[in-house]
Design a protein around this ligand. Sequence first.
Ligand SMILES: [Zn+2]
Length: 635
Amino acid sequence: MKPVVMPGYFMFPILPGQQNSLSGGMGDLRANHFHAGLDIRTGGREGLDVHAAADGYVARIAVTAGGYGNVIFLKHPNGATTVYGHLKTLNDTLGTFLRQEQYRKQTFEIDLRPAPGQFPVQKGDVIALSGNTGGSGGPHLHFEIRDDRDNLINPLLYNFSELRDEVPPYFERIALRTLTPGSRLNGEYARQTFAPVRRADGSYGLNQTIIATGLLGLEILAYDKTNGSPYRNGINCVEVKLDGREMFTYSMNSFPHEETRFINVHMDYETERLFGQRYHRCYVADGNMLSLYHTDQPNIPTRRGRLPMMDGQAHEVAVTLFDVHQNSALLRFRVQPDTAATPLAGLKPGNQAEAVTTTTDQNILKLAVRNLPDTLAPPAMLMEGKKTTEQAVSYIHNNAAVYLIDMNQNLPEMVQFGAGRMATNLKKRIIPGREDRYEDANVSLQFGPKTLFDTLYLSVRQTPWNLEINQNTIPLNDFMTATWTTPGVSDTMRTKIYLVNGRGQEKYVGGIWQKNKITFRTRELGRFQLMADVIPPQARFVSVTPNGLSARIADDLSGIRSFRAMVDGEWVLMQYDYKRALLWSDKLNPTQPFTDGAEVMLEVTDNVGNVTSIQGIISTPKPRAKPVAKRKRRR
Ligand SMILES: [Zn+2]
């Protein structure tokens, strides 16, 4: 749906009238959110004037160490809000107000909502200087436009003359995946990727043959570029046709702010987790409530953009990408019908059957087993409680017998194949949209009605210091609560829960102990580990002079929770840039120096409560003696 846009209402907020370029676009696929606006490049510099895009008033000023950093929200008479993020400093009026509030509340991070009449602005007023604060990877201005219902509007729809875009979007890769137990793609139940090639006429094609049957899901890894910038941005619009019939449209012109986390079911989350690539799924996956799509058969949840290859015929798939300025790219490929029956025999026999791969995807547990005792794969035995079910082999591929187990039918704790067997750790089906819980002797898990996007086939595995809840390749929408009884933990202050990712990096989760039971909340699944952070944060002064203080701070494991600086017993605002691990003072009265000889105290606390406190004395630096010229080192 295209939002109502009044041309000319907003002026470009930085270097108006000049050619600008972008390092980020609306709808770029980011971690847990769609990018909500434009990232406007500032030539690697900070300190450029940021202008109010229209008349209005300052509705919100906030400071966070991550996220937007220093940010201003302006509210306009037409109901719209504009947002300006990663600012270096605010203008004198707003900056003084912000600093006074930070001193009054004795806090660096703050969220202020001035009254509507307090700080009126006129279109073009300089409200701030651009910067690189918060979760910003280089100097730029983050700019958003929201309507009166907090829907994000793509600012490019305003056709700012400061931005030119004659560069078409492009395909990098595509993926196809089977979506039902009976689907096959080139003989497999699998997800496969393909590299599109550019044809002489500028369109894209595939050189590989694709043979398929059943329902297929298409995914694309695609980007857009704009004039004068090497950065690749997200895609504004995707259109998929099957034999000329419209199957799926995605359009990133406007979306409700509260829907942003559905990005984790819009993109292929598992591929993002494993390889860092963010593919757009060109069908509406189970649990995806985003309002960005038009599909065929919108009322049949099992279709909604999935490509049917069920009639034994060849089909043509056409995918078109558009940017806001209607530059486009077209990819066409054919899918051939799967006429050969999937082979069920022809295995090389062995005597030590083993599952070589185990994956779960689309409600299917896929086991590929090698070295079965027979060229004809015997059925696998699915054991669930006292019940045993036979599961016939689904197909044979790469000398492995592949069993596709529909977990809506069977949720086996153990699978036996030949003389081999494998524990699945599968415990329970957890259905989204309602509260549910799982309990065993040591673990209790509580799921809220919004925790899940899709049905979770819960698997739980425990070792003395680890608790695995499924894998980190399955997204959660909202938090769940876990309680874990662990033997032998004595230091309950410093020992907490960390989430360990695929590269072995730990992220602090926390938790509250009651005797030897720890309770924690998480919005991610995966491997949770108990670890002790016994090392207090590092802190050292860089300068302690009448002009100001600065210090470097860091923490090795749980991370920095808070810091506090005092000069002669008076609280002093410290600005914090986590990217440089740097704190520096910001005086209430910037022109008044600190008193020579005043006592300085800096206290830094990590997330488990380890505290480091360092002291210093304000002193005017002595004029430095001219340094002795260093002899040049020969190489
Ligand atoms: Zn941004």
